[in-house]
Design a protein around this ligand. Sequence first.
Ligand code: AKG
Ligand code: FE2
Length: 334
Amino acid sequence: MTTGSLRQRNNGNKQKVYQNVSPTTNGATTNLQSKLANISAELQHATQASTHRLWTRAVIAASVMIVVYFYSQQHNSNETKFALIKEKLPLRIQKFECSKSYKAEIRRFPNCVPKKCGRFVSDQLVEEDEVDKLLNLARTILSMAGSSGGASILNLHTGALSYKEQFVNAYRVPKVVAELKEHHLTVYNTVKNKIKKAIAEQFGIPAESLYLTDPTFFSRLTNATARTMNDEYWHEHVDKDTYESFHYTSLLYLNTYQKDYKGGRFIFIDGSNGNLTKSAIEPKKARVSAFTSGAENLHHVEQVTEGERYAITISFTCDPDRAISDLHIKTPNL
Ligand SMILES: O=C(O)CCC(=O)C(=O)O
Ligand SMILES: [Fe+2]
């Protein structure tokens, strides 16, 4: 057998095959064509149906994901919102039992024992123009000094002012002293008295049993990397442990979460092991938050991620020996 004869035979086969598929007018071919057309139509239909199914599934999956996302935002790990920025609260108050340690300690000052422990927020205690004056003062002075990390303070009672990685005495810095005007101190004292009165009313004690205590200070928080322990403002704590003399803590917020800075919410941590819940306060200009300073009010501040957060921590004690006097322009505590 030669390669030539092979080629010939193959050609013959090819021709046969071609003949079978080439269009002719006989009935069998027409039948096949129409079957093929049907199959193709069915295939097209099936493809369209499966594309449609895929789209439907994708839309359902996306909707479920969106619902889950928003739900988790709203109900973020057992978190409730105690005060939102969009709210203007005359008064929101929550009362509960005092912690054992707080109860035991405050018993030393019978006039000062709250009917119940708790916390409240009010957006109507302090005027916006009072806050403007205090904010301007804090901004001006802290822009002359300030920590190189994320937390700077100005304590007008002791003069402590953050400067890089330490504190200086603000009353020994002439350009700082030049900024401090009588009207600042008047506003500061007025605001402090309003808050003290509100605490006394809400916790059912006479205002005369409450004394301003140290530290009472302006704070500016940013996202700068911490350089010292003082910069690490975000740790959970109990004020009574951090600042021994405190019995009632208050905070006056000088600017607004989301508008002036991101992060920096104040979070109470409630409950016990295994069943912790968070209760969030969104700081807002002129918002006052106040609470009993014991273990019943464990809390922390979330890290600021953008901008500058300004507040004043105004603290009260029931112990006359731990009282500090009101601010007077001529009597800085040197
Ligand atoms: O600035 C705040 O919102 C709270 C600060 C704080 O917890 C504190 O000074 O003990
Ligand atoms: Fe605190």
